[in-house]
Design a protein around this ligand. Structure first.
Ligand code: TYD
Length: 198
């Protein structure tokens, strides 16, 4: 299974992925935890460039897609070919949401580039961690440039995710995270994963 995790800032993806990894380990399911941007040596170098400075939106898009191409070929595909599950913190849907809806770049163009970077392979399952933009931003410590961009920007990002969910409903599972403990969110996610894996 190739599983990705998406959401606006501060929604708790990283915590969920950590918990899920432990749960999968307990079930003896071999898996790899990875993230975008990053997840391979070159992609991690690109990550520090992308997240820490302002740049033209097109430059930003190309860097994300370049990082994705490396990550997909070096990390994701080899793991899937070795029958390991892949849990990935953000993937192609983030580019539609951030560079498309929030930065205003053409969605069709991004979809085309996403396809090239991933050889047309979509995740089997994508979780959307649903938390209001305001609550998420309030949780953010050490904000990156996207978190600093504020509520209006994050609302556009959220719209972008809702667009992708509408487009391919079957692939998505929505997790409402407000007032839930990480353990509760993890248990719900695990139920969904095991059902899908059958
Ligand atoms: P990170 O600090 O990992 O934030 P988060 O914990 O919210 O995932 O930084 C990743 C940032 O990169 C995040 O703000 C979203 C952004 N991003 C894009 O703008 N486009 C993309 O294609 C991806 C994968 C991430």
């Amino acid at each position: 299974m190739f599983i990705t995790f998406e959401g606006t800032e501060g929604c708790g993806k990283s915590t969920l992925i950590r918990h899920l990894s432990t749960a999968l380990f307990d079930q003896k399911i071999p898996h790899v935890v990875t993230r975008e941007p990053g997840g391979s040596s070159l992609a991690e170098s690109l990550r520090s460039l992308i997240l820490n400075q302002e740049m033209d939106p097109i430059t930003e898009l190309f860097l994300y897609e370049a990082a994705r191409t490396e990550h997909f070929k070096q990390t994701v595909l080899p793991a899937l070919n070795a029958h390991q599950w892949v849990l990935c913190d953000r993937f192609t849907d983030s580019t539609i949401a951030y560079q498309g809806f929030a930065r205003g770049l053409n969605i069709k163009m991004i979809e085309g580039l996403n396809k090239i970077a991933t050889e047309g392979r979509s995740p089997d399952l994508t979780f959307f961690l649903d938390l209001s933009v305001e609550e998420g931003l309030a949780r953010a410590v050490d904000p990156n440039k996207f978190e600093k961009a504020g509520v209006v920007f994050q609302k556009k990002v959220r719209k972008g995710f809702l667009y992708s969910i509408k487009k391919s409903k079957k692939r998505w599972a929505i997790l409402k995270v407000k007032n839930k403990t990480p353990e509760q969110v993890c248990a719900e996610a695990m139920r969904i994963i095991l059902k899908k894996a059958k």
